[in-house]
Design a protein around this ligand. Sequence first.
Ligand code: HEM
Length: 400
Amino acid sequence: MTDDHSAPAFPFPRTCPYRLPAEYAGLRESEPVSRVTLPTGKPAWILTRYDDVRKALNDPRLSSDRGNPDFPMLVEIAHSEKDSTLSLAGMDAPRHTRARRAVVGEFTYRRMEALRPRVQDIVDACVDDMLAGPKPADLVKAISFPVPSLVICELLGVSDADRDFFEDRTSRMLSMTLPPLTRQKAFLDLQSYLDELVTRKEKEPTDDLLGRQIAKGRDSGSYDHDDLVDLAFLLLTAGHDTTGNMISLGTLALLERPELRARITGDPGSTPDVVEELLRYFTITDIITTRVAKEDVEIGGRTIRAGEGVFALGGSANHDPEVFENPGELDVDRGARQHVAFGYGPHQCLGQSLARMELEIVYDTLLRRIPGLRLACPAGEVPLKNDAAIFGLHALPVTW
Ligand code: HEM
């Protein structure tokens, strides 16, 4: 792709938490595969139709290899930082298939359900702390970030005492406004902590995800220390900001819609449908499903040339009226299961059962335990996270 400086700047901001960027609807109609200019000044393609997005995410000619110098990035990343994002999410088949097979058993629905009582305890403890603190409270600080952080710590066998460290470093690392050196420092801090954690578990076996991966890898003769550190790092970052932002946005939507709230409190069995529709509606990971073409690929009548970058926009796909009637409406009865909020194809979210469970427990618990929970500022003043790769809220002031 030649540099086309007339191509619009991407990403497009969201001006309201309930609306995707206005540009998507027009592009889906007139130019569903179109060119944009990234903040780095480099060109890329964006896909806005559901069918094209699914096709792209399932096409082995479109690579997830973040080590490829042509991989489209939203921010310039120092080379050493790039190397570490090569775990799972940044691999292609056949290496990806092998690596995913080795860990997928840790994320089955059954294994996640076994974690449910522990996740409930974590959520209850965070709610207790919030209720014991001053009003109004910031729900992002009290619930949205500590809950996924504690759940990941539980999963990896990290002590609760380190959760503040993880939250701080993860949000710095994922920021799109901090200088590259600050982000890189946060990344290096996290990486060395996890390196030490894995080393400890190599010496003293533990029955948690990392401990079992070490034992399994040693049994099969395929154990690699650095690969496990990279995987731990990926799980931390992939499961933290995503789930946290969905907690914030979903809670905002529930507080603003008394009918939805009544539905959950009247029939807790309906919460999974609410979660599914909220995932579709917000699609916070809209701009992270990124690929680079390894060879020429035709999509939606356009040719993406080898070396060109592609953003398969999950949010736009999930609001394609060809697939979801009245996509701008939050309709919990629509049966939204075919959404692509967790991606599609070989890289589809590994932690989706865990994420669904966390969201169900948080929404149910907040509404059941705090019937008077309400926003402590006008909805229009809630600060949106348009400066990060994963959409969300910077803060959610609440009172009760
Ligand atoms: C609401 C919460 C979440 C959302 C919306 C979400 C979304 C996504 C999406 C869209 C992808 C695909 C990326 C791509 O195709 O390039 C993905 C991949 C992934 N997610 Fe999640 N995720 C969530 C929570 C989690 C959690 C809790 C974990 C684990 C603790 C997790 C672990 C992963 C991993 C390991 C991958 C890479 C899988 C692979 O490449 O094979 N995610 N996620």
